[in-house]
Design a protein around this ligand. Structure first.
Ligand SMILES: Cc1cc2nc3c(=O)[nH]c(=O)nc-3n(C[C@H](O)[C@H](O)[C@H](O)COP(=O)(O)OP(=O)(O)OC[C@H]3O[C@@H](n4cnc5c(N)ncnc54)[C@H](O)[C@@H]3O)c2cc1C
Length: 415
């Protein structure tokens, strides 16, 4: 079991304050660490841009525990180690004849970390990656294992847990029959045309992502279309609200294929291939979710800050996500527009801008991504999450001695 100190998150902008980072190689080893430690918190692949994963005690890095992928064709599930990265198993799941319903933009993140924060891809009819969870195996404060599944009354509070309920060791996910997809690129859409047609643009494919820097236009739109079972291809329109379909680019070591070629789900849903250095590589991110019905007004409100946003912005990605019932889900209760900022690596300047950006989104009940930068504290969060008090009660019952407590939980959730 490896043990180190002073480790960084993926972006290098958060230094964990934990006294140690321990990487067990089995579930038994993980249970031993918990039982022998007063404060402990789960750690995935460290892709969060804030201190959500940090603890004053021991950080338990779950990525060293074997994946041990089990495919149950009859139940249509896969079960795997929580520290597994999606990219480690996606092709194996496909070879077994199955697929996940969606992925995030990159396959490098761990399953346990993704579902703990409500990580999502895009698709107006698609829930976050957390919605695929059928059950979780969780080590409690004394290191004892228990299973939480959809029959548990606390299930909706436990799936999106921010590490505050225990250490998740194994996860069972829904799968569906494997499918194939194509990814096409459409050109620039004038700002007003896009905001008048946000829902229509995002309904143009199985999963749609639009990009802007808050100038006069949406610079391009990526449409990921699902090929119907038994078909070789799926027809796609030559234009999207007047924007032409572009030739796109074949897949390379930086991006999955965007040229309309048909390929497996796992090689079209993520933007970045598993072998790549994902995304810009030098960045921080913030993201907010607003009800889809407020999309145009929220985007116009943010565009009013364009002159302050643009100096720090790589690009802003606009996606959609279907409502779910998880207590801490940013999409709880209503379909949302996801407004994701990939900023230049200017964490201080972004932190200074966020209060004004978030004040603009407050009018639309904008909820922040749990794994990204935000200035909101629990007073603000309490007004956005009607089930927050229930989550706090769940934490108090599951972890009365506060073994899994974190500064993030105290500051942002009041747990
Ligand atoms: C380049 C980049 C692209 C991204 N793209 C997207 C995207 O497309 N969509 C999106 O929604 N988000 C995206 N994110 C954000 C990212 O998906 C989330 O921050 C996610 O939580 C990261 O997973 P992780 O495994 O790195 O978790 P970590 O950052 O390691 O941990 C996140 C949380 O999960 C908890 N946790 C992790 N594993 C366990 C476990 N086994 N048991 C208990 N608790 C655990 C931690 O305590 C912490 O609270 C992106 C991030 C980066 C860096």
């Amino acid at each position: 079991m490896r043990s180190t100190t002073s480790e960084l998150n993926w972006s290098g902008t958060v230094t964990y304050t934990a006294e140690r980072v321990v990487r067990p190689s089995s579930i038994d080893e993980a249970a031993e660490v918990i039982a022998g430690t007063g404060r402990v918190h789960g750690l995935g692949t460290r892709h969060s841009f804030n201190d959500v994963a940090d603890t004053a005690g021991v950080l338990l890095d779950l990525t060293g525990i074997p994946t041990d992928l089990v495919v149950d064709a009859e139940q249509r599930t896969v079960t795997l180690g929580a520290g597994t990265r999606y990219g480690d198993v996606a092709a194996d799941i496909d070879r077994a004849g199955f697929a996940l319903h969606n992925t995030g933009s990159l396959p490098h993140i761990s399953v346990g970390g993704a579902i703990a924060t409500g990580t999502h891809g895009s698709g107006t009819t698609l829930g976050s990656l957390s919605t695929a969870v059928r059950s979780l195996e969780v080590l409690g404060p004394d290191g004892t294992a228990r299973t939480i599944d959809r029959t548990d009354p606390a299930f909706d509070g436990a799936v999106l847990h921010l590490g505050l309920l225990g250490i998740v060791t194994r996860v069972t996910l829904d799968v569906e029959p494997a499918y194939r997809m194509r990814q096409d690129v459409y050109g620039a859409i004038p700002w007003d045309t896009f905001t008048a047609n946000v829902a229509e643009v995002h309904a143009a494919g199985y999963s749609v992502c639009a990009y802007t820097v808050f100038g006069d236009a949406i610079s391009e739109v990526l449409v990921k279309s699902r090929v119907p079972d038994g078909a070789d291809d799926v027809p796609v329109p030559d234009a999207l609200v007047g924007a032409p379909r572009l030739p796109g680019t074949p897949g390379d070591d930086r991006r999955t294929a965007r040229d309309g070629s048909v390929g497996p789900w796992w090689d079209r849903l993520p933007h970045f291939p598993f072998g790549s250095v994902p995304s810009h590589g030098s960045e921080v991110q913030s993201e907010h979710f607003v009800p889809l019905r407020h999309a145009a007004a929220a985007l116009d409100a943010l565009r009013g800050l364009a002159d302050r946003i643009q100096p720090h912005l790589h690009v802003c990605e606009l996606r959609t996500m279907a409502a779910d019932g998880f207590w801490l889900s940013p999409t709880q209760g209503e379909d949302v527009l996801c407004i994701a900022f990939t900023w230049k690596k200017h964490p201080a300047e972004v932190a200074a801008l966020l209060p004004d950006l978030e004040a603009r989104l407050a009018a639309f009940d904008g909820r922040p991504h749990w794994g990204k930068m935000s200035s909101l504290d629990h007073a603000a969060i309490a007004g956005l999450y009607p089930r927050l008090a229930d989550f706090r009660d769940l934490v108090a019952r599951a972890d009365p001695e506060r073994t899994f407590a974190s500064a993030f939980g105290e500051r942002v959730l009041g747990t």
